[in-house]
Design a protein around this ligand. Structure first.
Ligand SMILES: Cc1cc2nc3c(=O)[nH]c(=O)nc-3n(C[C@H](O)[C@H](O)[C@H](O)COP(=O)(O)OP(=O)(O)OC[C@H]3O[C@@H](n4cnc5c(N)ncnc54)[C@H](O)[C@@H]3O)c2cc1C
Length: 347
């Protein structure tokens, strides 16, 4: 069958060609990738992934979890978490995620380093490539890859991260009670965040690049009716200032026009509300997403349109995006996966 028995690489190459798999291997060498079969594969190690792991492990699904580039997920980038039930004194994000990981490991979850790079959900077993180096064939896959908040990309966002810069009003608004804050954005999320913050803080500046809001009519009216929200039309962020913490921001008014001017306002909190990017690119060929990229699930469940593939947490939630809702949907995904497997066994 093989022309050159001395050249193992060619042998494998021919073998893959005959199986019509060579162009799908993802390997730069064309050597066959190691394949491992698992009952339950969880992708992502935020609150959704670890909660799914706790439930899946306790249901004997022997879950394997890949942590991705941000082990512990978004909460590892924050200091105090005060709204997750069970921590009356609050807890830091990293410490909370260590607890969730320890709880998942206690029941036997196999926690691994690695990034899911692509998938093939066309067969009965679902294939997931890890770092393009290995294939996991899973009976069930739980996608818990979260979403990433968009930032403007200015240096000061990094400089004051956790010291006045936030991308989540529900998470951090409480820390700014009675103070002045700015919200950047002109869509529905920005309008919602501004209204939410207005109920907590002294004053909200809504920084809008254009001379109109993109938000829905209803939300626009609600913002306009909120007394302590002042909209700064045609303003853009230039930078932030303050001694260790945000004390104010510099804006451009009418940037790029003859009337361009610099404006300075005093604020204690700077909230980004310019959207999130769900980490769903690698599954888009197989799963339905909305226009932003959030994975669509069957209402009230974690089921995607592919049997045996489930989604939970921020990657499928454009509305709540909280640790507790992510954890709750992680629990749902593990229960859905367990029921899917037991139904398969009894059919
Ligand atoms: C600064 C900040 C502060 C916050 N504060 C609070 C708060 O106080 N209270 C609150 O309730 N919520 C808070 N949130 C929101 C909260 O963090 C999220 O709602 C929650 O983490 C979502 O959980 P998740 O498990 O869905 O996803 P994430 O936490 O985003 O985790 C996603 C995981 O998926 C992994 N991943 C992504 N792609 C891949 C891939 N291809 N292969 C393998 N792994 C992958 C990542 O490495 C990560 O481990 C905050 C968010 C931020 C950014």
């Amino acid at each position: 069958m093989f022309r050159n028995f001395g050249n193992l690489k060619n042998i494998y190459h021919d073998m893959f060609k005959s199986l019509n798999l060579d162009d799908k291997s993802g390997s730069s060498t064309n050597l066959p990738l190691e394949t491992e079969r698992v009952k339950c594969l969880i992708i992502g190690s935020g609150p959704a992934g670890y909660t799914a792991a706790i439930y899946a492990a306790r249901a004997n699904l022997n879950p394997v979890i890949y942590q991705g580039l941000q082990p512990g997920g978004q909460l590892t980038t924050t200091t105090e978490v005060e709204n997750y039930p069970g921590y009356p004194k609050g807890i830091t994000g990293p410490a909370m995620m260590d607890d969730l990981k320890a709880q998942a490991e206690r029941f036997g979850t196999d926690v691994r380093w690695g990034l899911a790079t692509r998938v093939d959900f066309s067969g009965p077993n679902h294939k997931v490539w890890i770092d393009d180096e290995k294939i996991i064939e899973a009976e069930t896959v739980i996608l818990a890859t979260g979403a990433t908040a968009k930032y403007l990309g200015i240096e000061d966002e990094k400089k004051y991260a956790g010291s006045g810069v936030s991308a989540c009003a529900t998470c951090d608004g409480f820390f700014y009670r009675g103070k002045d804050v700015a919200v950047v954005g002109g869509g529905d999320t920005a309008a919602e965040e501004a209204i939410y913050l207005a109920g907590l803080v002294n004053k909200v500046y809504l920084i809008v690049r254009r001379n109109e809001l993109r938000a829905s009519k209803v939300m626009q009216e609600r913002v306009m009716r909120t007394k302590n929200v002042e909209i700064l039309w045609e303003h853009q962020t230039k930078g932030l200032f303050g001694d260790g913490v945000v004390e104010g921001m510099i804006l451009w008014k009418k940037k790029g026009t003859p009337e361009q001017e610099e404006v300075l306002i005093k604020i204690d909190g700077f909230f980004l509300a310019i959207g999130h990017t769900p980490n769903s690119d690698f599954v888009k060929d197989y799963l339905e997403t909305d226009e932003v990229g959030y994975i669509k699930t069957l209402e009230g469940t974690s089921k995607t349109k592919i049997p045996g593939v489930f989604a939970c947490g921020d990657v499928q939630d454009s509305i709540y995006r909280q640790a507790v809702t992510a954890a709750g949907s992680g629990c749902m995904a593990a229960i859905d996966a367990e029921r899917y497997l037991s139904e398969k066994l009894t059919h």
